[in-house]
Design a protein around this ligand. Structure first.
Ligand SMILES: [Zn+2]
Ligand SMILES: [Zn+2]
Length: 201
């Protein structure tokens, strides 16, 4: 049932978000969220824009591994969009000073879902950045070739925070009746983004 893990090629993707979309950085949103600790004071999630080509290009790069039933994994980085001009954006790109916004991996022969191991991996991203998302690319799932997921908060986050098991294991459902994870509603596919993949294989 478990696919082998890959001789892990590591990929990273750069995306710029249109300037109009945020005036408050997710870091600020995130720290104030954690500092206050009161959900009623939490700010809504920032919108995140990803390139329309991201899943397709990644699936193409992973194809050889996928055919061998090996998973391929990559980290996703994004630019915050404050009022940066082109030169500033360029300088930041040069330094690869990217904001960790999530990760992407393939399920070569399994369906499009988050395994328990995926949930634990994702927990560390989302604990750091509330907007973090996980993309699962499942080329052989005829019903759904990719999904963009996050843990429910507080439901899924609380369960994962309290779970010390490793490997593949079942999780109980959150007590508030929510599922452990959900489809992201704050991630938008955008055909107009600058987008780069660094293939570190
Ligand atoms: Zn997985
Ligand atoms: Zn667990």
């Amino acid at each position: 049932m478990v696919t082998q893990s890959s001789p892990s090629p590591s990929l990273s993707c750069i995306e710029t978000v249109p300037h109009r979309s945020s005036h408050v950085s997710p870091f600020e949103a995130s720290s104030s969220y954690h500092n206050h600790g009161d959900p009623s004071e939490s700010k809504p999630l920032q919108d995140v824009h990803i390139s329309e080509r991201l899943m397709e290009d990644f699936a193409e790069l992973a194809r050889e591994n996928t055919e061998k039933d090996l998973e391929t994994c990559g980290a996703l980085g994004a630019f915050l969009c404050q009022a940066l001009n082109e030169e500033e954006v360029f300088a930041i790109q040069n330094e690869h000073a990217l904001y960790p916004v999530g990760w992407i991996h393939t399920h070569p022969s399994q369906g499009c879902f988050m395994s328990s191991v995926d949930l634990h991996t994702h927990y560390s991203y989302q604990a750091m950045v509330p907007e973090a998302f996980a993309i699962v690319v499942a080329p052989t799932d005829s019903s759904r070739r990719h999904g963009i997921f996050r843990l429910t908060d507080p439901g899924g986050m609380d369960i994962l925070r309290g779970c010390e098991e490793t490997g593949f294991h079942p999780h109980k459902e959150p007590e508030d009746g929510t599922p452990l994870y959900e489809n992201c509603s704050n991630v938008y596919k955008n055909s107009n983004l600058r987008f780069e993949i660094f293939d570190l294989r």
